[in-house]
Design a protein around this ligand. Sequence first.
Ligand code: BEZ
Length: 398
Amino acid sequence: MNNNYFDVIVIGGGALGLATGYELGKRNAKTLVLERFSFINQQGSSAGVSRQFRIPYPDEYMVRMVLDSVPYWDELQTHTDATLLDKVGTLWFGDPSVKTTEGNIEAAEKAMNKVGVKYTPLTAQQIEEQYHFKNLPKDYTGLFQADGASINLLATLETLLQRNQASPSVTLREYQSVLQITQKNDEFWITTHDETFVAKKIVVVPGPYINNVLTLLDFKVDVTYWEMASAYFKKTKPDIQYPTWFVFQEPTAEGLHDNLFYGFPSVVWDNPDYIRVAPDFVMKPLSNPDQRTHVPNPQELAYTIQWVQNHMTGLEPVPHFTSTCLIALSTIENKEMLLGFAPSSIPNHENIVVCATGWAGKFIPLLGRILSDLALDGKTPYDLQPFQISRTRFKSIL
Ligand code: BEZ
């Protein structure tokens, strides 16, 4: 059993699990990272190859958190020749007052002003002239923030995986679904199809499979699951380049769906002649991750195509291919991310570290540090109060 005894077991080997394993390895903690599929797979939240790194957020604490992540990205960058953050900037535009799941432009401007982040305010006409969009309503406004980037997610995962593999204190095990977690003498006994592993601390980061694991600890989080579609449009003008962007709009007159879209520049690491555009809404949320089809909802796709045809230039009118990714979202208003210890009603809760829900791509290396701090030290210098997992946010299933 000694070989199966660890200081920390990380459940989930996606971006957050690998980032946590990397940080635990730096501190020589004997660490096991368990992944139910293969490392670097297309089954969870880290499916696809790019994400947005953006500073505009409606809440000051989120703006600060993105800024806090920068030194950790810089450090990770020293381990790879691939550019992890391709700094093409963030363009936010649309109806300045519309309130959405991602916040709104006015609130983000306020938050950035408070923190002292520089950005350029834009009119609809400037957005059309400078960024290749067309037919925008005249009252749209926008902002360009130059530090925004397209995250090379694949290279990020590969770099983290390599750092874990290089660490003498980290063991990586794939194809290990966790079937049972029992607590004996303040230890967690974790059983998979193959083996039982033991640790004094666990970090639970299985992405959309969060409740599959939390249920084994007798609680769960209130979540909804989004299978998010993406469409890839071929460039007709090879030199045209978009920043990463997000458009905020009131729901359409039919009133049946949200009206938010986002997109990326073409990137050298993934189909360089294509531009990815995606709806930031789903028409049919899933009630569990196993309902994922890997096929975009046709109506979401149709709305996306319509938006591209109406408002973008230099692209073919229909996408050549599509993809999806799966994300668990908290149903608590304004609670994008849940981060901290298990609720106090759960035995040994201070040795159970959880990070669940929300769009965490831009925070990957910082979250690795925070989760490892929580596991090894029981605390972190970062203020986690806004993400706190209190009893009310959890359901006991006993
Ligand atoms: C984000 O940056 O958090 C984000 C970007 C696009 C869609 C959803 C979230």
